[in-house]
Design a protein. Structure first.
Length: 642
């Protein structure tokens, strides 16, 4: 048999056997109880067999038998040799047994996870190959085992979670296989690409009956098998190239399923923690199910099932192309990777992860409303600050004296307290560790800045007095030390509030537009009360943000026109209100300022004529009870009228 014909035969055998067995399983699946019943989480409306995974598993292994026993017997020259296949067969059989039982009777996530770990361990010990083959690093066997288990379990669950749409999981598996097979060919390992073709043919034969409208599903048997097969193939496809290529090519080959899995874990973890902080329900399980996967979001956006599948296919094809291109660009790989990474992060954040950002913003807001115990803050913050002060000082000194790189641990241990102690003492005296930083204000940060600055100046003064000289080297070290220290100590306190506001505001428009009836709000008054309104909306009532879209401010100060205040644009002043209402779809005007009587009458007249709701928002202090001279209590009127 010539070289080229081997590829067609292996592919053809897998395809033909899968095509026949899939027809058989369409008939046999319901009789075995492997049937997928419709419910509120599923898209299909009628019962459909979920036995396609059995057909794919059998077809792939039949094609492998033909490859090793007849097509290329005893002279197989690749790394995916007969020993690898026998190891993979034993391991994947365990996984498929768990999948079949789950497709028939149903089982808990813990049992499925146990089966996945068992299959990964069997593959590791029988094949003698693990995660070190991907990186070309000789890890200790137990580290290698742990990394191999994590890699395999991650890929298994990635394809298991993405299997929620007709033709999606199988199609993505084919694209991922093409990427891995192409990596073998680009590394001049054509023999190994044959086993990849066997997998592609087996999946393609099944897809004949799985495209929308599907007549059969993969089930957990098939989705877990495909993830496990690709995880095992990826361990070999990376070779011993650079780290980025070794990790990047297989990672990008399964990019869409992996991304979907990461988002699912992120989303469910945020919701679970939010529920826990709120003291309500337990929240969703990490290994549970929801309708927030990538394909669900595209369906919700109005795309048909076929278009959703094509969109995700194209996304995965793009990732595969980037991974393969990186093989040619090894010299410029780091720069290329950074460009692709930054571009990818922008696209993902802008168009994909608004649900996760929203849920994380709610979690941070809930955490701010319920700050942690004071004892935790009094322990964690000082420890983090001491570590960062030490890092800052070491960095500053090494920049000034590179030769200090050779200092031992003992020498650094003697040097660090001399510089750090005055700074840390000033932080303590400034009540830095008795403040709740999630509820801080500008004055708190000003005191923190003052404490840090004085601490560094005291350190410099003590050192200069001890040397009886003013050394410019110490001055430069002090300046760099102060800069690095402020960057970290301020950053760890600011990042929570910054992330919370960014996450909630950036996700608001997209999430609100697709899920809620949104009221368009125009605020009258861009002063401090307007800022308080926005702050309360974001901090105290984050759920209401999904039903309110702040269009902008109007303010009597003409100098604010067309400028941004508190992150919101000032559209104009009262005289321009008619034009603003005409150009924007405003449902409600909320007054957040004290109005002159003439202005109040004017805005009442305009809103009444336009049919726009007018509301007043203000902060008031009400004394509910006060003591009388006779010792009785009686209600007290509000001290500030509304």
């Amino acid at each position: 048999m010539n070289e080229l014909s081997k590829y067609f035969v292996v592919f053809g055998v897998g395809f033909a056997v899968s095509l026949i067995l899939t027809r058989v399983m369409i008939w046999l699946g319901p009789r075995l109880g492997m049937i997928d019943m419709p419910d509120e989480r599923r898209i299909h409306k009628t019962p459909i067999p979920r036995a396609g995974g059995v057909a794919v598993f059998l077809a792939f292994n039949f094609a492998a038998v033909c490859l090793y026993a007849y097509i290329w017997p005893w002279t197989f020259t690749g790394r995916l040799d007969e020993q690898w296949w026998l190891s993979f067969l034993a391991a994947s059989s365990i996984l498929c047994a768990v999948g079949i039982w789950d497709d028939i009777k149903g089982t808990s996530p813990i049992i499925k996870l146990g089966g996945q770990i068992a299959a990964s361990c069997v593959l590791f010990f029988l094949s003698g190959k693990g995660f070190d083959h991907m990186l070309g690093i000789d890890f200790p066997w137990f580290i290698n085992l742990i990394l191999t288990i994590v890699w395999c379990v991650a890929l298994i669950n990635a394809f298991n979670l993405i299997d929620g749409l007709d033709g999606l999981c199988g199609g993505l598996a084919i694209i991922s296989s093409l990427g891995i097979g192409a990596a073998f060919l680009l590394r001049a390992e054509p023999a190994d690409s044959l086993i990849v073709l066997a997998l592609i043919g087996s999946v393609l034969g099944f897809l004949r009956y799985n495209f929308h409208p599907a007549r059969i599903f993969l089930g957990d048997t098939g989705s877990m098998f495909l993830g496990f097969a690709l995880a095992s193939l990826a361990l070999e496809s990376a070779g011993k190239s650079t780290v980025l290529v070794s990790i990047g090519v297989p990672f990008l080959a399964a990019g869409v399923p992996i991304m979907d899995t990461i988002l699912a874990i992120w989303r469910r973890s945020a919701r679970r923690l939010t529920a826990k902080l709120g003291g309500g329900e337990e929240g969703p399980k990490i290994m549970g199910a929801d309708k927030e996967h990538l394909h669900h979001r595209l369906l919700e956006a109005g795309f048909s099932q076929r278009k959703v599948a094509v969109i995700l296919y194209m996304g995965n094809l793009l990732l595969v192309a980037i991974g393969l291109f990186s093989i040619f660009m090894s010299k410029a790989l780091v720069g290329l990777f950074l460009i692709v990474f930054i571009s990818g992060v922008y696209v993902v954040v802008r168009h994909v992860v608004h649900v996760e950002i929203w849920d994380t913003g709610r979690l941070l807001a809930e955490g701010i409303k319920r700050p942690g115990r004071a004892v935790i803050g009094m322990i964690v913050y000082p420890v983090c600050d001491l570590i960062w002060l030490s890092i800052s000082l070491v960095a500053a000194m090494l920049l000034q004296y590179p030769a200090m790189m050779g200092l031992g641990v003992g020498e650094w241990a003697q040097l660090l307290p001399v510089w750090i102690s005055p700074v840390f003492l000033m932080l303590v005296l400034g009540h830095t560790y008795s403040r709740v930083w999630s509820r801080s204000n500008f004055r708190d940060y000003l005191i923190l800045f003052f404490s840090l600055t004085v601490g560094v100046l005291l350190t410099f003064a003590f050192l200069s007095a001890a040397d009886a000289d003013l050394k410019t080297e110490n001055l430069r070290i002090s300046i760099m030390f102060a800069y690095f220290s402020m960057f970290g100590i301020f950053g760890v306190r600011v990042i929570t509030q910054t992330l919370r506001e960014w996450m909630m505001i950036s996700a608001l428009n997209e999430r609100a537009a697709s899920r809620y009836v949104v009221r368009h709000i125009l605020l009258y008054g861009a002063g401090n009360r307007g800022a308080l309104y926005l702050r309360e909306l974001r901090l105290v009532h984050p759920d209401e943000m999904a039903t309110r879209k702040i269009i902008g401010f109007i303010d009597d100060d003409v100098n604010l026109r067309r400028r941004f205040v508190h992150g919101v644009r000032v559209l104009g002043h009262l005289e321009e209100l008619e034009d603003i209402l005409g150009s924007h779809d405003i449902d409600e005007i909320v007054i957040t300022a004290d109005l002159l009587e003439v202005n109040e009458s004017r805005i009442r007249e305009i809103t009444a004529r336009r049919g726009v709701l007018l509301s007043l928002w203000s902060t008031v202090t009400d004394e509910i009870m006060h003591e009388t001279h006779e010792g009785q209590q009686e209600p007290q009127k509000p001290s500030i009228p509304k």
